[in-house]
Design a protein around this ligand. Structure first.
Ligand SMILES: [Ca+2]
Ligand SMILES: [Ca+2]
Length: 583
């Protein structure tokens, strides 16, 4: 896969275009070239402008740039996960839509993301749309395929790649495949073989005369769980059962069916032709329960097909399981698995953000991931995250403690691979309890209740869930906001491509308890990343460490916008929760 630098300063230019730009701060450690200085001067000129939204340049997008951007155009990305329904409503019907996402792509780019994951966009009877009735269309609540094309065009023009959610473990019970199959099977007696020439769709799902597990349902849709053989199954009853491992309205597909693969290839062709850069694969653990070999073969085969159509095609899979099982799924030779080991309230990142998991342990975990994941796929790209649409939000996991929330986000941003940030995480939005709808609440664009584009909450979400933190508009002008911290963290990542791509080693003599120094080597380039997971300043004497002692401080990230990391006489001073990059 070719790697090239395409967009140095791209993000700065975008910021200038829409919000008045970000200023570079003078950094005594940096030695700038003429071109860089010129770029700085251009930014300074633009800073005098006042952006259309009335936020003056001085207030907006506070200084973050210490070094030049070095963004590589490959499959290592900074991803932003978007639930379209709750993101931005462009036409006032209360439901977020594709045109709304398109309107907000400048915001996404200005934050420092260069990839988005769109949760399902296919037609579906549910608000979450994880059960498709048509894999080659856009749900009319979200817009049209032309809207989708415009979204793709704008995203690509901003250097943002787009991946879409694809659930192939199951369809909707309203999918024509399933409806036709059921209609046919109602005419087929128990014990006799269905004629797949008469109805090929009967082979697409797991149908049987006897339920073989506890998630099987009668064909007529009346839930009959397990081996109860309940004869009371209502009108249209037949002897046929189907598997629905998540829900009786989500019949499981049989991914060993070759005719179904013809459909899957058509689906891939369709979206690749519409410019999609990758798929987020939903629930591969459940393609066939407890059959890792089968499931990884499905992922591998589908990925190979997609890559044959677009060599840069990306795939990231949801294997919500222990680290060892995630590692097994890298045997599929597909690029990425979400790193559930580091994620969620009890995961390493959030705990470390809360100083309940130590830097030294986190550094060891980075090496462990590298060993275990590369064993299955040497080309693996880790996909770390804090929480997603299925988890309580970071704010809840960390009791709305903004410093801890920032530290967790900062640690996410020093991990290898492609980090994923769930929409609203960057403004500290909260969820409530375990109900899914409460984890997918409307994006808060402004603290004003009637802010333009604000969606209504998903049906079934509770009322009265109030985020402790302000909306995007207010946070943009607050240097100490979570949003501006995330922006600085993404900036650091976009300045240092080794963070995502480098081979990790721990510097043992500089790593203990709440302080760690790791080295990341990528191509001919080597950086050190030092981090402090404590709530106090830590000084690390780097002078005795061969690999690090000759490096200079290149950039850093502190919880407070005015925080300073220094390197003087071999003494690296890291304020509480700080990250430093040396090269
Ligand atoms: Ca709408
Ligand atoms: Ca299944």
């Amino acid at each position: 896969m070719k790697k090239r630098i395409v967009s140095i300063l791209l993000i700065s230019v975008l910021a200038v275009a829409s919000l008045g730009g970000c200023t570079s701060v003078n950094n005594p450690e940096s030695t700038k070239t003429g071109a860089e200085n010129e770029a700085d001067n251009n930014e300074a000129d633009d800073n005098e402008a006042v952006a259309e939204n009335g936020i003056s340049a001085e207030d907006a997008w506070l200084p973050v740039g210490q070094q030049e951007l070095n963004i590589i155009d490959d499959n290592y990305r900074n991803y932003y996960e978007i639930f379209v329904h709750s993101f931005y409503d462009s036409d006032g019907d209360g439901i977020g839509d594709l045109n709304g996402v398109t309107e907000k792509l400048d915001y996404v780019a200005e934050m420092g993301f260069n990839g988005i994951w769109l949760m399902p966009v296919f037609p579906s009877p549910t608000y979450h749309k994880y059960d498709a009735t048509d894999y080659m269309a856009v749900d009319e609540q979200y817009g049209t395929i032309e809207d989708f094309d415009r979204l793709m065009e704008k995203a690509h023009s901003l250097g943002i790649r787009v991946i879409i959610d694809l659930a192939i473990n199951h369809t909707s019970s309203q999918h024509p495949w399933f409806k036709e199959a059921c209609e046919y099977l109602r005419t087929v007696e128990a014990g006799s073989e269905p004629d797949y020439n008469e109805c090929p769709y009967a082979a697409y799902y797991h149908f049987a005369n006897e339920p073989t597990g506890n998630t099987w349902y009668h064909v007529n849709g009346t839930a009959v769980i397990g081996n109860s053989n309940n004869p009371e199954s209502g009108p249209g009853s037949t002897a046929w059962y189907y598997e629905g491992s998540f829900w009786d309205q989500m019949p499981d597909l049989d991914l060993s069916c070759e005719e179904l693969w013809t459909e899957l290839e058509k689906i891939a062709d369709f979206w690749i032709e519409h410019g999609v850069d990758g798929f987020r694969m939903d629930a591969p653990l459940h393609y066939e329960e407890n059959r890792t070999d089968f499931n990884t073969a499905v992922l591998g085969r589908f990925y190979e097909y997609c890559v044959s159509k677009n060599p840069d095609f990306y795939m990231v899979s949801e294997v919500w399981a222990a680290e060892g099982i995630i590692a097994d799924y890298y045997g599929s030779k597909t690029p990425s698995m979400f790193n559930f080991d580091a994620a969620q309230a009890e995961g390493k990142l959030i705990k470390a953000g809360n100083s309940k998991y130590k830097a030294a342990n986190l550094a060891e975990a980075f090496v462990l991931y590298q060993e275990d994941f590369s064993a299955g796929n040497p080309e693996y790209i880790d996909a770390p995250f804090l929480t997603n649409h299925d988890n309580p939000r970071v704010a809840n996991a960390l009791n709305n403690n903004p410093e801890a929330m920032k530290r967790a986000g900062g640690l996410l941003m020093i991990m290898g691979g492609s980090p994923f940030v769930y929409y609203g995480e960057e403004i500290g939005m909260c969820s409530s309890g375990t109900k899914d709808e409460n984890k997918r609440l409307p994006m808060i664009w402004s603290s004003e209740t009637e802010a333009e584009g604000t969606t209504r909450k998903p049906e079934g979400a509770d009322s009265g869930i109030v985020s402790k933190f302000a909306g995007v508009e207010e946070q943009i002008s607050d240097p100490e906001s979570i949003l501006n911290y995330y922006r600085r963290a993404l900036r650091l990542r976009n300045e240092n491509p080794e963070i995502a791509r480098g081979y990790v080693t721990v510097v043992p003599e500089l790593t203990a308890e709440n302080a760690a120094v790791i080295v990341k080597t990528w191509n001919e380039s080597r950086i050190a990343v030092a981090f402090n997971t404590s709530k106090e300043e830590i000084v690390i004497d780097v002078s005795g460490a061969e690999t690090v002692s000759k490096m200079e401080l290149y950039g850093y990230l502190t919880v407070e916008s005015t925080g300073k990391v220094t390197l003087e006489d071999g003494r690296l001073t890291l304020p509480a929760g700080a990250v430093a990059v040396l090269r």
